[in-house]
Design a protein around this ligand. Structure first.
Ligand SMILES: [Zn+2]
Length: 61
């Protein structure tokens, strides 16, 4: 599954390939430009609301 997101490190549009990281039990992607790693964060999702994934930059490398 590919989608476009804005990298939180270099602020460029990047096509992301989400993959599941079992160690942290979350989806992750790497920016195609700077390689910045992003981790999906849980959102307080309301019933009936469309699922929105939010990501944060993972700087612990
Ligand atoms: Zn980037």
């Amino acid at each position: 599954m590919t989608r476009k997101l804005i990298c939180q490190k270099c602020n460029k549009d990047t096509a992301v390939e989400l993959c599941f990281d079992e160690d942290i039990d979350s989806q992750v992607y790497n920016c195609e430009h700077c390689g910045g790693r992003h981790v999906e964060v849980e959102t307080g999702q309301l019933p009936g609301a469309p699922g929105v994934s939010r990501f944060r930059l993972d700087e612990d490398e």
